[in-house]
Design a protein around this ligand. Sequence first.
Ligand code: VGL
Ligand code: ZN
Length: 208
Amino acid sequence: MSDEKSVLIVVDVQNDFCPGGALAVPHGDEVVPVINALAQKFRHVAATQDWHPKGHISFASSHPGHKPYEVVEVAYGPQVLWPHHCVQGSRGARIVDGLSIPHAELLIRKGYYKDTDSYSGFKEADRVTRTGLAGYLRERGFTTVYCAGLATDFCVNWTALDAAAEGFKTFVIEDACRAIDLNNSLEAARAGWRKAGVTALLSAEVTG
Ligand code: VGL
Ligand code: ZN
């Protein structure tokens, strides 16, 4: 989308979410060539990076007696526990080497408060703390957001829902995403998009 009002947000394409990583999304690496081609169609690109301190609240290791993929109750509600992943400064937290989006204009980090997780690129899991992304996009004059990356049913999903809630026309480019699919979370995400007016698309449908 070479127009000035549209931005592609590339969500969390990081080593830890790819095969061999700490929280590998099945086939997560397959989004890389798809996003590389897709990003060529966009004049404006932004990216997000999951960026947790050691001992983060979302890590199962921070909750003695609990294992990854269990759900615990924390101050802001239920929290899925994950293997430790995307620790600030680690190799696993780095954006995947093969991702080629040199024209990305913004890299926004999230999940850096020890006691709050953040799937969304806009708002943390307490649903109050903002990352600044909405303000940035508005100030830049963007009206339309396209989402791609990892994982479809977690960080892409929450980012897309929040983009729509912030008033952006919002698309998820499904072949440029891969899902974790925990307890039917992918179908639940798609149902949420329908309700929120988020449109699922394939990258071939995105015209340059
Ligand atoms: C993500 C689980 C934990 C994601 C991040 O990027 O979808 N999932 N942290
Ligand atoms: Zn995370």
